[in-house]
Ligand binder design. Structure first.
Ligand code: SF4
Length: 355
C-alpha cells in the first residue's frame, strides 16, 4: 500500500499523493554548454525521463538555465551547493525546482532568502541530505537518525517561512542505512520522498544496489520519485529506474523481455537471439506495454512464459511463435527473429522495421 504524501507541482509534474512514481536523472555535460546539455536532455526525454536536474556550479551555469528550459519538454531542477547567490539566480531564471544540500549552505539567513524567493515564484525545494556531507559537528557520524534529524531541522527552517513545497531525500552509499533512513522519515513527515542510493557505482553494481535499496522501499509503499545514480550515461539511469518500477508493477511502459536462463533442453543460441530482439526493439522507440518471450525450448517455454503477449521458443529446426501461451506457427531458424518482430509489429500496430 503506497504511503500517502502531500502532493506538489514541479513545473506541471505532480509529485506525491496518488501520482505515479516518477523517474529522474541528472545531466553530466557542462551546464553552461547549452547545446550539449539540451541534446543530452532530449536523449533523456526519449528514454522516458520525467524530470531533469542540472548542476549549477558557477554563475555561468546559473545564467543559462532559462535558455535550457526553453528548449526542453520536461521540468528542470537546479542543483545548488555552497553558494546561495546561485540559488537566487536559478530562481530568477525560473527553474521548476531547486535542490539544496543543507550540509553546505549552513547560514540560516541565506537559506531564508532562498526560501522566500522560491516561495514567491512557487518553486519547490528538495532538501537533499547526503551521508557524505552531513554536518558531523552537529549530527555526529551518519546514521539513519542523524540523516533524518538533519532533514527535519532544514524542514523546520522552511516551514517557519510558511514554505511547504518540499521534497526530501536522504541518500547514502550504504543500502541498509538508506532504507532505514527513508523508513524513519516516512513516519515523521508527509512530504514526498525522492529515493536514491548515492555513488552506487558502474552500471552493473549500481543497478543492483539501486534496485535493492529503491526496490525495497517502493515495495513498502515508500517513495514518490527516484533517481538511479550510475557511473554511466544518464540515459542508463532512466532505463534502470523504469525497470525497477516495472518490476514492481508500478509502471507499464514499453517492452519487457521474458527470457529463460537456458538449460540442457535449449535448442537455439538463445542469448544471441534475445540480444538481437532487444536491439531491434530499442530502435522502435516508444512502444505500448508489451511482454515478449524468448525461450529456449518448446517443451516448457510457452508454458513458462504464458504471461507474454508474443514469444518464440526454440525447436529442433528453428522456432515456434506463440502468443499468450498458444502456438501460432513454426518458423525456420534463419527467420526466427524476423518472424517474431513481424508478430510484435502486428501486436503493437507498428510498421515493421527495416534492418
Ligand atoms: Fe530450459 Fe526450456 Fe526452461 Fe529454457 S524454457 S530453461 S530451455 S526448460
Amino acid at each position: 500500500m503506497r504511503r500517502t504524501t502531500r502532493q506538489i507541482n514541479i513545473g506541471g509534474l505532480l509529485l506525491g499523493g496518488d501520482t505515479p512514481v516518477s523517474v529522474q536523472s541528472m545531466t553530466n555535460t557542462p551546464t553552461s554548454d547549452i547545446a550539449a546539455t539540451v541534446a543530452q536532455i532530449h536523449r533523456l526525454e526519449a528514454a522516458g525521463c520525467d524530470l531533469v536536474r542540472v548542476a549549477v556550479p558557477d554563475e555561468e551555469a546559473a545564467g543559462v538555465l532559462s535558455q535550457i528550459k526553453e528548449q526542453i519538454h520536461i521540468p528542470l531542477a537546479a542543483d545548488i551547493h555552497f553558494d546561495y547567490r546561485l540559488a537566487l539566480e536559478a530562481i530568477k531564471q525560473d527553474v521548476d525546482k531547486l535542490r539544496l544540500n543543507p550540509g553546505n549552505i549552513r547560514d540560516p539567513e541565506k537559506i531564508k532568502l532562498i526560501v522566500d524567493s522560491a516561495g514567491e515564484r512557487g518553486i519547490p525545494i528538495r532538501i537533499g541530505v547526503n551521508a557524505g556531507s552531513l554536518d558531523r559537528g552537529r549530527y555526529g557520524e551518519p546514521t539513519p537518525d542523524a540523516l533524518v534529524r538533519s532533514a527535519l531541522d532544514e524542514i523546520e527552517l522552511l516551514e517557519a517561512r510558511g514554505f511547504s513545497d518540499i521534497v526530501i531525500s536522504l541518500k547514502c552509499f550504504d543500502v541498509p542505512m538508506t532504507i532505514e533512513a527513508y523508513r524513519l522519515a516516512s513516519q515523521k513527515v508527509d512530504y514526498p520522498l525522492h529515493l536514491g542510493i548515492t555513488e552506487s557505482g558502474l552500471l552493473r553494481q549500481g543497478t543492483i544496489r539501486s534496485a535493492v535499496g529503491i526496490g525495497a522501499l517502493l515495495a513498502e509503499g515508500i517513495g514518490d520519485t527516484l533517481r538511479v545514480s550510475l557511473t554511466a550515461p544518464p540515459e542508463e539511469e532512466i532505463k534502470v529506474g523504469l525497470e525497477i518500477l516495472k518490476s514492481l508493477n508500478l509502471r507499464e511502459q514499453g517492452f519487457t523481455i521474458i527470457s529463460c536462463p537456458t538449460c540442457a533442453r535449449c535448442r537455439v543460441d538463445l542469448e544471441t537471439v534475445a540480444r538481437e530482439v532487444e536491439s531491434r526493439l530499442m530502435k522502435m522507440g516508444n512502444l505500448p506495454p508489451i511482454k515478449i518471450a524468448v525461450m529456449g525450448c518448446e517443451v516448457n517455454g510457452p508454458g513458462e512464459a504464458k504471461d507474454a503477449d508474443v514469444g518464440i521458443a526454440g525447436t529442433k529446426d528453428g522456432g515456434m511463435i506463440f502468443a499468450a501461451g498458444e502456438q501460432l506457427k513454426r518458423v525456420p531458424a534463419a527467420n526466427m527473429v524476423e518472424e517474431l518482430m513481424a508478430e510484435i509489429c502486428r501486436f503493437t500496430k507498428n510498421k515493421p522495421q527495416k534492418t
